[in-house]
Design a protein around this ligand. Structure first.
Ligand code: SAH
Length: 395
């Protein structure tokens, strides 16, 4: 096995179980490993630090996976890690009314660069690292052994792979090709998921708990669901007796999925309306028309892809939330989210305070949203905490 030697003083994060060794921390690569090879990482003193997978084309030169020198990451090791991740979701697997959730969440499950999502009888995989790419046959075999899916489909066609020097792929890996719309259930609500072409790997299962929490406030309310995608917040609100829901998204494919989901769950003609528009423009148009809502959801895409873009992103979040708040009267609720890892909850509260001030509204935070248990945050990898939100009440 080849060896990667760290620069002096650059072993601290790795010893604290952080899984990323940045290229700037590498002193020397001993030997000539191919990208994706298993390597051992040592410090300047020559002490063993961890095993990991090297990729010279990535900013993350080594993704660390195992800190015990006597536990070589071989095929059995991979099978055990996959088993552990799946077993930790046992009660989700047994849930009577939910059959879509994340089975493997990369670094948080000690499998950096690997995401697996369950969609009823199908599994969708995303591979973001060269080392994981090589292990695909074992990963597929173990997931099939544990879960016996009808098919395993790969959605490794996101930008993250380009940064790793890996080609983009989208295709069937095992079993049957999923139908154009796979029907899944979450909290007893049915959704059609387009596994091959949908955003992310097809459905935003990370908002599962937050949809339920928000819907509890929706009864008899007039709700506006901004960035609605396939209607997670909309459908939970309609199921909980919302009087009227308007859902806004810029994507025609998302709204097509949403309309099908509304019909599929029997909510057609029950005070629901879908609008294809840019949310910022639509919020302005609603303000100009004097429209008011009781409950507004703002679940935008990631505005801050990195720390360096946080200032600019904060202004965009501020403007968005200000526009939302302007459409609420006293007692109105705003459920607002950020899926930017660079934006922590403290900063997000400041952004909301700033938005409220600009909107001339006084707000209270009545609930903090986070990511669900199938998206755990590993203590040694705080970067894995990306989804946060605030339920705000206009005073
Ligand atoms: N709330 C959704 C997930 C939102 S994902 C759910 O519960 O499933 C973000 C969504 O924002 C995507 O559907 C994307 O199409 C949409 N989007 C991105 N930019 C937009 C814009 N400027 N205006 C309207 N929609 C936008």
């Amino acid at each position: 096995m080849h060896t990667v030697k760290l620069k002096k003083g650059k072993d601290k994060a790795a010893f604290q179980l952080h899984p990323w060794v940045f290229s700037g921390a590498v002193d020397r690569i001993l030997g000539a490993p191919a990208d994706g090879d298993l390597v051992q990482v040592i410090n300047q003193a020559g002490d063993f630090v961890a095993y990991g997978y090297v990729n010279r084309q990535s900013r993350v030169a080594v993704r660390l996976v195992e800190w015990h020198a006597d536990q070589l990451p071989d095929e059995q090791w991979w099978r055990q890690k996959i088993q552990r991740a799946v077993t930790a979701r046992r009660h989700l697997l047994q849930a009577a009314d939910t059959n879509t959730f994340r089975l493997i969440f990369g670094e948080a499950d000690y499998l950096p660069g690997l995401i697996a999502d369950r969609y009823a009888d199908f599994i969708s995989l995303q591979v973001h690292a060269a080392g994981v790419d090589r292990m695909k046959p074992v990963i597929i075999d173990e997931l099939c052994h544990l879960l016996n899916p009808k098919g395993v489909y790969e959605r490794s066609d996101t930008g993250a792979r380009t940064h790793e020097g890996l080609p983009l792929t989208n295709g069937l890996l095992h079993g049957d090709r999923p139908p154009a719309w796979v029907t899944v259930e979450e909290h007893g609500i049915r959704y059609g998921v387009n596994i091959a072409e949908g955003q992310k790997s097809g459905f935003y299962c990370d908002q599962r708990d937050n949809r339920l929490i928000t819907a509890a406030y929706a009864k008899d309310k007039r709700m506006l669901d901004c960035f609605c995608y396939s209607g997670g917040f909309t459908l939970n609100a309609l199921a909980n007796g919302a009087r009227e829901v308007i859902s806004v998204d810029s994507s025609a494919l998302a709204l097509e999925a949403l309309e099908r989901n509304v019909t599929r769950n029997g909510f057609g003609g029950s005070g629901h309306q879908a609008v294809q528009a840019d949310v910022n423009k639509q919020l302005r148009a609603f303000a100009d028309a004097g429209e008011r809502f009781d409950l507004i959801i703002l679940d935008p895409p990631k505005y801050a892809p990195s720390r360096s873009t946080l200032d600019k992103a904060s202004r965009a979040y501020k403007d968005l939330n200000r526009r939302g708040l302007l459409l609420l009267e006293s007692g109105g609720l705003l459920a607002t989210f950020s899926c930017s890892a660079a934006m922590d909850i403290g900063t997000f509260k400041q952004v909301l305070a700033w938005a409220a001030l600009d909107a001339g509204k006084e707000i209270q935070f009545i609930h903090q949203f986070s990511q669900p248990e199938d998206h755990p945050v590993r203590a040694s990898f705080p970067e894995g905490e990306y989804l946060k939100g605030l339920l705000c009440r206009v005073v």
